[in-house]
Design a protein around this ligand. Structure first.
Ligand SMILES: [Zn+2]
Length: 265
């Protein structure tokens, strides 16, 4: 294997990360640049992974994975399907004769303990605040605003079901791994639920889009520094501060007047 074919293989594997629509052009560009690299060509090729990852995470085309979960219904349905599959797996693998030496009450207590522990650790490693959503005269009714909380509880409920049934299934084949996996599953699940919730419009519950950076870190004292996102249906704007300041330490939502609904795609 020559060094050149090894370098091309590295570029080809990095290209797999790039969104399919841009892959051919991206690969051709990197391969052309490789012809002019005389020293450390392998290090140059390894650098392509960073570029590919950047393109994948900042891809505005509809193939972006996050956009597939943009609709709240699709997000809830995906979680429900995963919960149903893990339940089927758990009951499918359940032994006919009980073999666990642990009494069922102790087992339930152990699982509740894992649940509480993952919540406690979550509150120490990540902020639980969802942000400020002050009502102004364009804010919708209380019932519509309450749907945001119902959606969060639904997501958490489905994630707990996925973790519980998934670990119940795992316990049938590798019992010692089940508590640690359940802890990790719940922890990551809760974190994702909070992050996902923060990125949604409080009115239509769709994921917000078009992030725009505003200001610079040096202007955080007198000006705004952070990212602004908008709901594609014109319900409002979300301002996420880049750094915590005394006057703005959490993300803030602003309801927009109905004329903005002309943004609707
Ligand atoms: Zn909206």
């Amino acid at each position: 294997v020559t060094l050149r074919s090894l370098n091309e293989a590295i570029l080809r594997s990095a290209a797999l990360i790039v969104p399919a629509t841009e892959r051919a052009e991206w690969f051709a560009e990197w391969r052309a640049e490789l012809c002019y690299v005389n020293r450390d060509a392998t290090a140059f090729c390894l650098g392509s992974f960073r570029d590919a990852l950047w393109l994948r995470s900042n891809n505005p085309t509809p193939t972006n994975r996050a956009l597939r979960l943009q609709s709240p219904v699709r997000c809830a349905l995906s979680l429900a399907v995963m919960a149903a599959l893990s339940m089927l797996l758990a009951f499918g693998l359940r032994p006919r004769v009980k073999s666990s030496p642990m009494p069922e009450e102790d087992l339930a207590l152990a699982w509740i303990w894992v649940f509480v522990l993952s919540l406690l650790i979550l509150s120490t490693v990540t902020p639980l605040k969802l942000g400020e959503y002050p009502a102004n005269r364009y804010a919708p009714s209380v019932v519509i605003r309450l749907r945001r909380w119902l959606f969060l509880f639904l997501k958490v409920g489905l994630l707990v079901s996925i973790a519980c049934f998934g670990c119940f299934a795992l316990a049938q084949v590798a019992e010692p791994l089940a508590p640690a996996t359940m802890f990790l599953g719940l922890h990551l699940g809760f974190r994702w639920a909070l992050t996902d919730q923060r990125k949604r419009c409080p009115v239509c519950l769709r994921l917000l889009t078009n992030p725009i950076s505003i200001g610079g870190a040096s202007q955080a004292f007198l000006g705004w520094y952070g990212t602004e996102l908008i709901c594609t249906h014109g319900h409002g704007l979300l301002y996420v501060p880049g750094t915590s300041t005394s006057w703005c330490c959490t993300q803030r939502w602003q309801y927009l007047d109905p004329t903005w609904s002309s943004l609707r795609p």
